[in-house]
Structures are given as C-alpha cells and as structure tokens.
Design a protein around this ligand. Structure first.
Ligand SMILES: *Cc1c(COP(=O)(O)O)cnc(C)c1O
Length: 232
C-alpha cells in the first residue's frame, strides 16, 4: 500500500508537470486545463490517495460504479461521467454527475433534459464526437454535430458546455494531433454559428497515450487513468 500511495501521487505530479510543460510550449495557461483522474475499475483506497494528492475531478464510465464511489468519497469531488450512458440510467446520476461527457443522441439529450427539470438542476453536458470515424466507438460524426446542436439547444435544463472526443488508439501522441486540431476547429465553427444556449467552454480530449498533444491543441479537460493508477 505504501508503494501504491507513492506511485499515485508521484504519477499525478508527473502528469501535472507534463501538462504544464505542454501548456508552456503552446502558449497556454495551466489554469485552463483540468486533469480528470479516470478511476474506473479502481478501488476506493486508490481514489482516496488521488484525492489526498489533490485530485477533485474524477472520471467514471459506469453509472453504478460512479454512484457507489459518490457515496463513499468526499462531497467536493466533481464526478465526470465519461462512458456511454443509457437513457434508463439518467435518472440515477442526473444530480450526482458534475458533467456528462457522452451525449450523442437526441433521445439521450431529451431524457437528460426531462430528468434535470424534474430535479430542478441544470445538467452540464458535452457532445461526444467520433472524430476518427471508428465503427467501434460511440459519438456523432463531425458533420452531424452542428445540426444536432440546433435540434437540442432549446431543451430546458440542458447546459451544453462543449465537446468530447476519444481519439483512436495511437502508438505515439503525434498520430492524433490532426484529430485534436479538427476538434478545435469544430468548436470554433460552432461558436461562429452563434446558436442560443450553446457554449464551447470545454474541449474534453486526450488520454494517457496522447494528452500532451491534446493540451497543445487546445484541450481544456484531459482524462488520464492508466498514467495515474497504472494498468487496469
Ligand atoms: C478509460 C477512459 C479514459 C482513460 O484512459 P487511459 O488510457 O487509461 O488514460 C479516458 N476517457 C474515456 C472515455 C475512458 O473510457
């Protein structure tokens, strides 16, 4: 356990240091990048270590797991739901998730809106983009994002904060640079559309294998699991 402790806090320091370095390299401000500690499959004590080392943003991909951890960890944690969300589970997390990163269908957006209104909350959401056009991944194709935003922008209780992407698995981070650039360009195009109620404050992209390049290309949130906790 002691080794585990040291490992997690040391890894977090290293990741933060990399983020700082790549912010500097690209003229960005470190305050504009949030590290989300992706804790899926990891046991509570490891999350507590990450919390003790300063993490307040945790990412989970399953509703049930997020709920269990929510109950057992401090209440100042911001829980990010980063995995695919089924409409029938929205009601359980609507007032627990700080932000839902994985909205990619009208049906899901409508359900989040409905449940948010019921609980009198405003749900922060991101639109998931399948930037590599991979069959294995969820998310909208790039060209469908603006029409989709025009469909959902008037739904009450929804706060569209930006975009999320899972880039293809890469051998080196450089391979995904063009995908991250496309995401940034898409967010700029969306801002130009000036759609009521649609904000582009968040660009959630970059994981253990490629977050350094994602930071250089404008990520506001990087989602790092393996790089902090080790292999799953
Ligand atoms: C698991 C996961 C991550 C973290 O992946 P690592 O490669 O372990 O950093 C990031 N984003 C999503 C959506 C994930 O499911």
């Amino acid at each position: 356990m002691i080794e585990g402790k040291i490992m997690i806090s040391e890894n977090m320091k290293l990741v933060q240091e990399n983020i700082r370095e790549h912010c500097e390299k690209s003229g960005r401000n470190i305050e504009d990048v949030t590290l989300i500690t992706v804790s899926k499959t990891k046991p509570i004590p490891q999350l507590q270590e990450a919390y003790a080392a300063g993490s307040r943003d945790f990412g989970e991909n399953r509703v049930q797991e997020l709920l269990e951890k929510f109950d057992q960890l401090p209440s100042d944690i911001r829980w990010h739901l980063i995995g695919h969300l089924q409409t029938n589970k929205v009601k359980y997390i609507i007032d627990k998730a700080y932000m839902i990163h994985s909205v990619e269908s009208l049906k899901l957006a409508q359900e989040i809106s409905k449940e948010a209104c019921k609980k009198h909350v405003s749900a922060k959401i991101l639109i998931e983009v399948n930037i590599g056009n991979e069959d294995s991944k969820f998310g909208l194709n790039k060209s469908d994002v603006i029409p989709f935003l025009k469909e959902i922008h008037e739904l009450p209780g929804l706060q569209v904060e930006g975009l999320m992407a899972i880039a293809p698995i890469c051998a080196t981070p450089e391979e995904n640079r063009s995908y991250f650039q496309e995401m940034k360009e898409l967010s700029v195009d969306i801002i130009r559309e000036n759609i009521d109620n649609i904000h582009m404050n968040v660009l959630s992209m970059g994981m253990t294998g490629d977050y350094t390049v994602a930071v250089e290309e404008g990520a506001t949130h990087v989602r790092v699991g393996t790089g902090i906790f080790g292999e799953r």
